[in-house]
Design a binder for this molecule. Structure first.
Ligand code: PLP
Length: 696
C-alpha cells in the first residue's frame, strides 16, 4: 500500500495508465521498426503517424515541423544549434547579424548552458545576455525593447518550472515585431504542455521544445516544433529517421505512451479543467496558511499555472521543510538546490528580487492536471500533520508550551556549534558559544519550552552575547553581572579532580564549572557533571566543552568516558573521546543492509533501533520504523547526550537509521569512534527499507 502523496509534478509525473498500456502494446504486440516496409513495421508506423498527427493538431503546428526526440534538453540543443548555424552562415555571407544571445533570467539551465556551448563550439563569439524579469517573474518588456534590434536569438520560456509563472508571449512577440528584430525565437514549452493553449503556427515562435515526462508520459520522449521556414540543422545524423531531422530508431514505447497522453488531451475527458485546478491550489494554499503561520507565496497565483505553489516560511530552511514533508510522505522539492545543511538560493526567485530567506527557504509544491479531490484532501491533512510536528518541535510559533527537553542540544552551522544545556525539571538552561545564526532558533526554543537561561557563556572572551540577550527578553536576567566570557559574577565554586577550585553555575542537580584552558589561558573550557560534597570528581564529569582538542588540564579533571564537545565541528563528529580516537574499528561492518535487518534483529533481540532524523521528522512520520519495531528518536543534535548514556551501560547493538542513510552513518561512526563496538547504520535508510503495511 502506498501512502505517498506526490506533489512534485513539475519535476516529473507518474505515467498515465493508458500510456503504460500503449507502451506495453508498442513493445509487445506492435514491436516493429516503423522504418521496415513489411507488415510488422507498418503496424508500428501507425503508432508513430498517429501520435504525430495528434501532436500537430493539439499544438497547432500547421505547415511547421514536429519531430520526436528524447526530451526538451535535446530539443533545446537542436533549436540552438539550428539558429546559431544559420547565424554563422548569414554572417559568413556578409550579412550583419545581432550580437546578443538573449535568454530570460528564469530559464531552465539547459537554455543558457546550450547557448554558451554552441556559441563556443561554432566560434560565433556572440554575447550571452540575460533578460531581467519583474517582481512577478514576468519578462521585462522594456528591457527587451532596448536590446531586441541587436538580438540574434531570444529564448523565453512559456511557463516557469519553479514558479509556474506564465510568460506574456504575445507581448514578447509584439515587441520583437515592433522593434523590427530579426532574432530567432525559442520558447521552451515544457511546463506549458497540457496546461496552456498553444497554437504555435499562428505565432512567430521558431522553435518550441517539449518533454513527455512532465505530462504523464515516460522519461526519454520529447518533441520539437520548428516553424515552417525557420532554419534547421539536425543534431543527430544517421539512418534518416524523422525525415532525416533526427536519426536513430524511434523510441516507440515512449512515442506510443506520449500518443496516449495526447489522445487524452484531445478527447478532453481525462484531465481537470483550469477552474478545478485553481480550486485545488486554493485548498492547498489555505492548508499551508493554517499549518505554517507566516507562510508567504513566492509566485503570484493570478499570473501562474494553477498547478504550482512556491512558498517559504519565516525561520524555516527549505531543508527542514523538505524533511518534514518527506517524513509525512508528501513529495515536494526545494525551490532551490540544497547543499548540505544550507540551501543555495534559487536563481529564479533571486531574479524576481525576493529576499534571501524566501529564495533560500523556498519549497515548490506542484501537481498535474490528473490530480483528484481525494489526493488534495489527503495532502491538506498531511500539511496539517507537518505543521503540528513543527509546532511541537518549537520550530514554528505555538500557543502551547512544548514538553521540555532535558540534556544536551547541539546546534551547528558551517562547522561551528552552539551548545544548549537543558534541565527540564527546573526549566533552566545554559547556552555555550551562541552563534549569531542560532539566535532566532535558541530564542524560539527557549520561549516555546519556557526555559529560564541561567548563563550565556563562551569559550572565547568578548564573543558577543548582546543579540541573544536582546532576543531572550524575560527568559534571561540581563542585569545579572557577568565577566567577558559571560560567566556570572555570583557563581559558586567547586573542587575539581586536579585539586583546583573552579567557578560553578548550578543546573538542576548538575553544575557547569569553568576553567582556563588554552593558549595563554585566554580560552576557557567548561565541565558539566554532578558534584558530590562540593567536589566534581573526574568520573562525574559527563561533558567537557572546549574550543581546542583535549589538553592535559582537561584530562586531569575528567575520565575516559567524559565526552569532549567541540565548539567547531567541521567533520560532523558531534563529540569526541577525551583519550585518543580508536580509528581501527571504523572501517568494517558499520553499514547494515536493510535486507539483513530482520535476521540481525532475530539474532540480537536486545538491539535498539534509533531514528536520528530531527524530532519534527519523527513526529510527522507515517510509517512504522524498519522491521515494524518501535524506534527511539535521537536526532543528531542530541547524539552527544545519548552517546554518553550508551557508553555508561553494557553495550547492546545500536542500529541508527534516517531517511537516506547519510545521517545515520555519521551517528554510527561517532559511536564507533567513541569506542562503542556495536553501532550500525541502516544502509539506504527509510527510503530503501522494506515497507510494512500500516496499522489501521
Ligand atoms: N525546460 C524546463 C522548463 C524544464 O522544467 C525542464 C525539466 O525540468 C527542462 C527544460 C529539461 O527537460 P528534460 O530534462 O526532460 O530534457
Amino acid at each position: 500500500m502506498t501512502t505517498e502523496i506526490y506533489l512534485d509534478s513539475n519535476a516529473t509525473s507518474v505515467v498515465l495508465p493508458a500510456a503504460i498500456t500503449a507502451a506495453a502494446d508498442a513493445m509487445g504486440q506492435r514491436y516493429g521498426n516503423p522504418s521496415s516496409t513489411h507488415a510488422t513495421g507498418l503496424k508500428a508506423k501507425v503508432i508513430l503517424d498517429d501520435a504525430r498527427a495528434r501532436a500537430m493538431r493539439l499544438l497547432g503546428v500547421g505547415s511547421g515541423r514536429l519531430m520526436f526526440n528524447s526530451g526538451a534538453t535535446e530539443g533545446i540543443q537542436t533549436a540552438v544549434l539550428s539558429a546559431l548555424v544559420a547565424l554563422r552562415e548569414r554572417r559568413d555571407a556578409g550579412e550583419t547579424i545581432g550580437t546578443l544571445l538573449v535568454y530570460g533570467a528564469t530559464e531552465h539551465k539547459a537554455v543558457p548552458e546550450s547557448l554558451a556551448h554552441w556559441n563556443r563550439l561554432l566560434g560565433l563569439n556572440l554575447t550571452l545576455h540575460q533578460l531581467p524579469v519583474d517582481a512577478d517573474g514576468a519578462h521585462r518588456l522594456d528591457a527587451l525593447r532596448a536590446i531586441a534590434a541587436n538580438a540574434a536569438m531570444v529564448c523565453t520560456m512559456a511557463a516557469n518550472n519553479e514558479t509556474g509563472v506564465i510568460s506574456d508571449l504575445s507581448g514578447i512577440e509584439a515587441m520583437l515585431s515592433d522593434t523590427g528584430s530579426k532574432a530567432y525565437w525559442m520558447v521552451d514549452c515544457v511546463q506549458a504542455l497540457g496546461k496552456l493553449k498553444l497554437d504555435l503556427s499562428s505565432t512567430r515562435i521558431d522553435y518550441a521544445p517539449f518533454s513527455g515526462h512532465k505530462l504523464y508520459a515516460p522519461k526519454g520522449i520529447g518533441m520539437l516544433y520548428v516553424r515552417a521556414g525557420a532554419p534547421f540543422t539536425a543534431l543527430i545524423m544517421g539512418g534518416g529517421q524523422e525525415a532525416g531531422q533526427r536519426s536513430g530508431t524511434e523510441n516507440m514505447a515512449g512515442i506510443a505512451a506520449l500518443g496516449a497522453v495526447l489522445a487524452a488531451l484531445e478527447r478532453g475527458d481525462t484531465f481537470r479543467t483550469p477552474a478545478e485546478l485553481c480550486a485545488y491550489r486554493a485548498r492547498l494554499a489555505d492548508s499551508l496558511r493554517a499549518a505554517l503561520p507566516g507562510v508567504v507565496f513566492n509566485n503570484p497565483f493570478d499570473k501562474a499555472l494553477p498547478t504550482t505553489l512556491n512558498f517559504a516560511v519565516p525561520g524555516l530552511s527549505s531543508r527542514e521543510l523538505m524533511d518534514v514533508f518527506d517524513a509525512a510522505e508528501v513529495r515536494v522539492s526545494a525551490g532551490s538546490a540544497c547543499s548540505s545543511s544550507k540551501a543555495a538560493p534559487s536563481y529564479v526567485l533571486d531574479a524576481m528580487g525576493l529576499p534571501l530567506w524566501r529564495s533560500a527557504g523556498a519549497i515548490r509544491m506542484s501537481f498535474g492536471p490528473l490530480a483528484d479531490d481525494a489526493t488534495i484532501a489527503a495532502a491538506c491533512a498531511r500539511i496539517e500533520r507537518c505543521g503540528a510536528a513543527l509546532r511541537a518541535s518549537c520550530l514554528i510559533p505555538s500557543e502551547r508550551t512544548a514538553v521540555p527537553h532535558d540534556g544536551l542540544l547541539q546546534l551547528g552551522v558551517e562547522g561551528a556549534c552552539s551548545w544548549l544545556l537543558l534541565d527540564a525539571a527546573s526549566r533552566s538552561c545554559i547556552v555555550i558559544d551562541p552563534l549569531p545564526d542560532h539566535v532566532a532558533r535558541i530564542e524560539s526554543y527557549v520561549r516555546c519550552q519556557n526555559y529560564q537561561v541561567q548563563a550565556i557563556v563562551s569559550t572565547l572572551p568578548n564573543a558577543g552575547r548582546g543579540m541573544l540577550i536582546d532576543a531572550l527578553g524575560r527568559h534571561y536576567n540581563r542585569h545579572a553581572e557577568a565577566d567577558e566570557y559571560g560567566w556570572p559574577a555570583n557563581a559558586a565554586s567547586v573542587a575539581l579532580a586536579n585539586g583546583a577550585r573552579a567557578g560553578a553555575v548550578r543546573l538542576g542537580a548538575q553544575v557547569l564549572a569553568a576553567l582556563p584552558c588554552g593558549t595563554g589561558d585566554e580560552l576557557r573550557a567548561y565541565l558539566l557533571g554532578t558534584p558530590e560534597d562540593g567536589q566534581l570528581k573526574a568520573q562525574a564529569v559527563r561533558f567537557a566543552f572546549s574550543a581546542k582538542p583535549a589538553q592535559q588540564m582537561l584530562r586531569d579533571c575528567t575520565d575516559g568516558r567524559t565526552l569532549l564537545c567541540p565548539t567547531r565541528d567541521e567533520q560532523n563528529q558531534f563529540c569526541l573521546s577525551m583519550t585518543t580516537t580508536p580509528t581501527a574499528t571504523l572501517a568494517n561492518g558499520v553499514q547494515l543492509d536493510s535486507s539483513m535487518l530482520d535476521a540481525f534483529l532475530q539474532a540480537h533481540p536486545e538491539a535498539r533501533l534509533i531514528d536520528v532524523r530531527e524530532p519534527y521528522e519523527f513526529a510527522a512520520t507515517l510509517s512504522p520504523a524498519p522491521a515494524g519495531r518501535i524506534a527511539l528518536s535521537v536526532p543528531l543534535s542530541r547524539l552527544a547526550e545519548y552517546a554518553s548514556l550508551w557508553l555508561h551501560e553494557t553495550p547492546v547493538p545500536l542500529i541508527f537509521f534516517c531517511r537516506s542513510g547519510n545521517r545515520s552513518l555519521k551517528a554510527a561512526h561517532c559511536l564507533r569512534r567513541l569506542g562503542h563496538p556495536q553501532a550500525y547504520s541502516l544502509n539506504g535508510g527509510l527510503a530503501l527499507a522494506v515497507p510494512l503495511p500500516l496499522a489501521a
